[in-house]
Ligand binder design. Structure first.
Ligand code: DLZ
Length: 158
């Protein structure tokens, strides 16, 4: 699946700081991996495009989106890490699992960001269908991994 960076132009990146010495942690859920890999590639390429150095980008996987919170905490606790980007895809099913996971991740990573006083970005794609998720991973609605990386960079300049 092709990775799209085309949506990036819709962001004002003029106030981005120099991120060549910043260290980023990507936490990527393995559920729906064909999609989360595209999100991850989008985030990675965006960080590089804006001046991050490849050796300063750490990527760890977790089994599913529910584990993004702990994954984020394990990265954020390192002083050297400046920002964490959480990437996952939760698709609505017959049960309420999506509700539980989405709320837990939203609350969990908010807590981690506040606890460690650093950006912990919510790059969770939450959709009703697989098609809607694909649309947001290099499809007609861009790539949410790109947006998550842009959010991390913006917050570092805050
Ligand atoms: C169990 C589960 C289900 C049903 N759906 C998803 C999903 O759509 N996206 C996702 O990232 N993870 C899902 N998981 C796995 C949970 O996030 C978690 O890994 C398990 O419940 C183990 O804690």
């Amino acid at each position: 699946m092709a990775t799209s960076l085309q949506n990036l132009s819709s962001y004002d990146s003029s106030n981005f700081i120099d991120i060549s010495d910043k260290r980023f942690g990507l936490v990527v859920a393995e559920w729906n991996r064909e999609i989360t890999d595209v999100l991850s590639a989008g985030a990675y390429e965006t960080l590089l495009k804006h001046g991050a150095v490849a050796k300063n980008i750490y990527r760890n996987t977790v089994p599913g989106s529910f584990e993004l919170t702990l994954g984020a905490q394990l990265l954020a606790q390192h002083e050297e890490i400046d920002a964490v980007i959480c990437l996952g895809v939760v698709i609505q099913g017959e049960t309420k699992h999506d509700d539980y996971i989405n709320h837990a991740v939203a609350q969990g990573i908010t807590h981690v960001g506040l606890k460690y006083n650093k950006p912990v970005i919510f790059g969770l794609v939450t959709t009703n269908t697989l098609e809607q998720a694909l649309d947001r991973a290099g499809g007609k609605h861009g790539n949410k991994g790109v947006e998550a990386a842009v959010a991390a960079i913006q917050m570092l300049g805050f």
